[in-house]
Design a protein around this ligand. Sequence first.
Ligand code: ZN
Ligand code: ZN
Length: 335
Amino acid sequence: MVGKIIAFGGLVVIVMPMVLLAAEMVRFGRGKAWARKQFENDRAEKFRNWGATERLEILPLIDWYAAKEGLLTEGGVSYLLKTDTRTILFDLGFNYPARSHPSPLLQNMARLGIRLDDIDTIVISHDHPDHVGGRKWQARKSFSLSSTQVDLGGTAVYTPVPMTYPGLQPVVTEAPTRIGEGIATIGTIPNQLFMAGWTVEQALAVNVAGKGVVLIVGCGHQTLPRILERTEALFDEPIYGVVGGLHYPVSDSRITPLGFKIQKYLGTGKVPWQPITRQEVFENIACLQKRHPRLVGLSPHDSCDESLDAFRTAFPQAYRDIRVGEAICVSRGTG
Ligand SMILES: [Zn+2]
Ligand SMILES: [Zn+2]
């Protein structure tokens, strides 16, 4: 009897993971098909008269590399965007692994002389922990600049999925939405990620007068070709630049809990046993080169150094490193 129980237990241990894997593969396949269908059925209406800004400054507050000593880095994203009329905090970093208060984001803000009062708008690209301020906030369908939620006054907030924050009423921007003079979210584009599930992400578009549209991207789970296609469907202005995360962890992963290269095997929109290849990175580069961008900056938070080098080489004039504390500026008079 005992022998039978042990044999049955052994069978369960062997069979259960296979059953779970099969179930995940079915879910993944269905999700991919549904995301493709949603994107193909999307009929984005042209944005006209959405305004423009004379100047755009993108100041990375959180990312993997820093421009100066004394600034903190981590595998997350937070960029401060300044236009003629708005000061936008795009994503809120990871606050990982320390989960500290003040967080690396708040500490960097203090060192760079940025006050909370300076920020009038927050845009969240998607609800992954490296963009909403940590796992705790992701689990609560919320977001935070630190391990406690600071008073954000009357800050306007735009999120890709429903989220809450004490005292604020975030607006869900599933559809493309103008949020200020020459500033719009291109709306959400979904993708199915293995294990991580259905992921809905938005990118921000800023129209710089005399230049064109600069795209600010979080993790890039939407995929670069779809982001470019959506942007061209929405705006008459040419794509001037793309700055942010596009998820090309080919040879390495920045986040490695217990040694597991999580970005390389999960989060790519592919099955773990077929990670992103160099060839795919070059195909994406070719897709971007067709648009002749004048500004390209790939976030190191979810791409390996090899992919950063590939972009640097492919766009020798346009490429800008994304480094905490080093502003990237575009204005009518530059370039
Ligand atoms: Zn990310
Ligand atoms: Zn992500």
